[in-house]
Design a protein around this ligand. Structure first.
Ligand code: HEM
Length: 406
C-alpha cells in the first residue's frame, strides 16, 4: 500500500494530470500529504498539501504574494485576459488589494446579503416548481447552475433579459486559469473578457445615468465609492465586476451540485438531514470541506522560506491544495468520512487571511437555501447513471448530473 502511495506521490505532476485524478484526486492528495507535503514540480513550482502549511502561507501576505503580473505574462502575453486577471483584487497584494477589497466588502454588506434571502427563496421555489413537471432532471443545468447566475445578476442589477451570456463568459475566463491551457482555451478566455467588458461598459453607463440605492445596489455602491472619497478607477471597476460575477458563479454551482451528489452517495447522511433540517448549516460546511469547489490557490514567495521541511528561494510559485488540506488527518478527525454534523470544521474552502472569500456569506446562504429546499421537495431523488465531471482540476464539480426526482 505504502509503495503504491509513494509512487503516486513521486510521479505527481500538476501539468500532467491523469484521467483518474480528475475523477478522484484524494488518493493522490493523501499520498502527497504523507510522503511529499511540499512536492517540487518539474516546472520548479511547489505543490502544498498540509493544512498547517496552507494556513502559514495564507496568513503572511508579505512573504507569500498574490500578485500574478510576473507569472501570468508568459502565459497570457499583453492580452485582455492578462489585464483582467492582474486587475482583479484576488491577484493583487496590499495596499492595492486592501483598497479594492474595502470597497467590495462595503458593497457586500451583511445587510445587502440578508435582504437577498426573500428573493433567493422565491427563485429557488420557482425552479423547483419547474422541475416537478419533469420525470428526469439534470441537477446542474436545471438547478445548481441556474441559481448563482440569477443571484449575482440581481446583486449587480443586470437586467434579466441580458443575463444569458454571463455563464459562458465566466466559464471561459475561469477555464483559462487551469494549470495548462491550449490556444483555443486562451482565445475563448480572451474573447470572453472583451465581450464582457463591452457589456459592462454599457451597464455602468446606464447606472451612472440612473443610480440605484447605494445601500442595496452593489454596482451603484462600487461606482460611487466610499464617503471618504475612496473610488475605483474605471478599469478597476469593470474588471472587478467581472471578477465578482465569475467568483460567485461556478464555485457556488459546484457547492450545490457537489452537495446533492455527496448526499445521494451517503444515504444515511441524506436521511439525517431530511429528518433534521436544522443541520443544514453544518451540512453546508461539510460539503465545502469534503468536496471543495475551489481546489487550488496560488502564491509566490518574496524571499527565501522554509515550508514543509523544504527551503524555497525567492520567486518560487506555490500551489496551495485546498482539497488536500481539507482532508488532513492532523486537523480533521476521520477526514475521509462525510459527516454533516462535523464540528469544529475549520476548513479552508474559502481560503483564509487577507484574501479570504469576500462572498462567503452569500455562498453559504445560496447553498443552504438551494440544498435544503430541494431535499424538502424531492426527498426521494436518486442519481441516474454516473454524474459527469466538469473536467477541471482547479474548479471541482460536475457538468451534468442526471437524476430522477421520485
Ligand atoms: C462555494 C462558493 C465559493 C467558494 C468555494 C469560494 C472560494 C474562494 C477562495 C478560496 C478565495 C480565496 C482566493 C485566494 O486567497 O487566493 C475566494 C476569494 C474571493 N471570492 Fe469566493 N468563493 C465562493 C463564492 C463566492 C461568491 C458568491 C462571491 C461573490 C459574490 C465571491 C467573491 C470572492 C471575492 C471578491 C474574492 C477575492 C477576495 C480577496 O482577494 O480579497 N466568492 N473565494
Amino acid at each position: 500500500m505504502d509503495a503504491k502511495a509513494r509512487e503516486l506521490a513521486a510521479n505527481f505532476d500538476i501539468e500532467k494530470l491523469a484521467g483518474e485524478f480528475y475523477a478522484d484526486p484524494y488518493p493522490t492528495y493523501r499520498a502527497l500529504r504523507q510522503f511529499e507535503p511540499a512536492k517540487r514540480m518539474p516546472n520548479g513550482s511547489y505543490f502544498l498539501t498540509r493544512y498547517d502549511d496552507l494556513v502559514s502561507v495564507y496568513k503572511n501576505t508579505k512573504l507569500f504574494s498574490s500578485d500574478k503580473k510576473k507569472e501570468f505574462f508568459p502565459k497570457y502575453g499583453a492580452s485582455l485576459l492578462y489585464e483582467h486577471h492582474t486587475t482583479s483584487l484576488v491577484f493583487n497584494d496590499p495596499p492595492a488589494h486592501t483598497r479594492v477589497r474595502r470597497l467590495i466588502m462595503g458593497a457586500l454588506s451583511p445587510r445587502a446579503i440578508a435582504e437577498m434571502e426573500g428573493e433567493l427563496i422565491a427563485l429557488v421555489d420557482r425552479l423547483l416548481a419547474k422541475l416537478s413537471a419533469k420525470a428526469e432532471v439534470d441537477l446542474i443545468e436545471d438547478y445548481a447552475a441556474a441559481i448563482p447566475i440569477e443571484v449575482i445578476g440581481n446583486l449587480l442589477g443586470v437586467p434579466r433579459e441580458e443575463r444569458h451570456p454571463l455563464r459562458g463568459w465566466s466559464l471561459a475566463i475561469l477555464g483559462a486559469l487551469e494549470p495548462v491551457i491550449g490556444a483555443e482555451a486562451f482565445e475563448r478566455g480572451n474573447t470572453a473578457v472583451r465581450d464582457f467588458l463591452a457589456y459592462l461598459e454599457t451597464l455602468v453607463a446606464r447606472r451612472r445615468e440612473r443610480p440605484g440605492n447605494p445601500e442595496r445596489d452593489v454596482l451603484t455602491r462600487l461606482i460611487q465609492g466610499e464617503d471618504n472619497g475612496e473610488r475605483l478607477s474605471e478599469k478597476e471597476l469593470l474588471h472587478n465586476c467581472i471578477f465578482l460575477l465569475n467568483a460567485g458563479h461556478e464555485t457556488t454551482t459546484n457547492l450545490i451540485g457537489n452537495g446533492l451528489v455527496a448526499l445521494s452517495q451517503n444515504p444515511d447522511q441524506k436521511q439525517r438531514l431530511i429528518e433534521n433540517p436544522q443541520l443544514i448549516k453544518t451540512a453546508v460546511e461539510e460539503i465545502l470541506r469534503f468536496e471543495s469547489s475551489n481546489q487550488f490557490g496560488n502564491r509566490m514567495t518574496t524571499g527565501r522560506v522554509e515550508l514543509g521541511g523544504v527551503t524555497m528561494e525567492e520567486g518560487t510559485s506555490l500551489t496551495l491544495c485546498i482539497g488536500a488540506a481539507n482532508r488532513d488527518p492532523l486537523q480533521f478527525e476521520n477526514p475521509e468520512t462525510f459527516d454533516i454534523t462535523r464540528n469544529p470544521n475549520r476548513h479552508l474552502a474559502f481560503g483564509s487571511g487577507a484574501h479570504q472569500c469576500a462572498g462567503m456569506a452569500l455562498a453559504r446562504l445560496e447553498g443552504s437555501v438551494a440544498i435544503s429546499r430541494f431535499l424538502q421537495k424531492f426527498p426521494a431523488f436518486a442519481l441516474k447513471g454516473s454524474p459527469v465531471r466538469g473536467g477541471r482540476a482547479r474548479f471541482r464539480g460536475f457538468s451534468s448530473v442526471p437524476c430522477s426526482i421520485g
